[in-house]
Design a protein around this ligand. Structure first.
Ligand SMILES: [Zn+2]
Length: 132
């Protein structure tokens, strides 16, 4: 005997057959539209974003949606990489100190608690003395 929850699940599964579903772009659209809908003058824009997100999920043109998502991932790659690196730096901040080279802006990671250290930038070769 099927419970009403299993019936609902089967109905939803049948409804989504052959449809695109969710992806990174859809999730970003959903998040952006939720944020936009919080503010009084951007509420309509938020609703449009929500509509677009639902349209993408229900779409049967999978190749087109995959191409859109690929383009989205390509365009947002620098931001996603920097955000990921920032999160890693925040996570490791008690163990490591991050020092940016003043000449070439390379980020150099140093283990904390080693006192004053003399180091050389691996990219440009500039020499420093810094506290860890
Ligand atoms: Zn450097």
């Amino acid at each position: 005997m099927k419970t009403w929850l299993q019936k609902l699940e089967n109905t939803f599964r049948r409804m989504m057959e052959g449809r695109y579903g969710s992806d990174q772009m859809g999730f970003a659209l959903l998040a952006a539209s939720l944020v936009l809908s919080l503010f009084p003058y951007t509420g309509l824009l938020g609703m449009a974003g929500l509509g677009w997100s639902v349209f993408r999920m229900m779409s049967r043109n999978i190749a087109r949606r995959q191409a859109e998502n690929r383009l989205f991932l390509e365009k947002t790659e620098p931001v996603r990489i920097r955000t990921g690196q920032w999160i890693a730096r925040m996570r490791n901040r008690k163990e490591y100190k991050y020092h940016r080279c003043t000449k070439c802006h390379t980020l150099i990671r140093l283990k904390r608690g080693q006192g004053e250290r003399h180091l050389k930038c691996p990219r440009c070769g500039k020499e420093y003395t810094c506290r860890t």
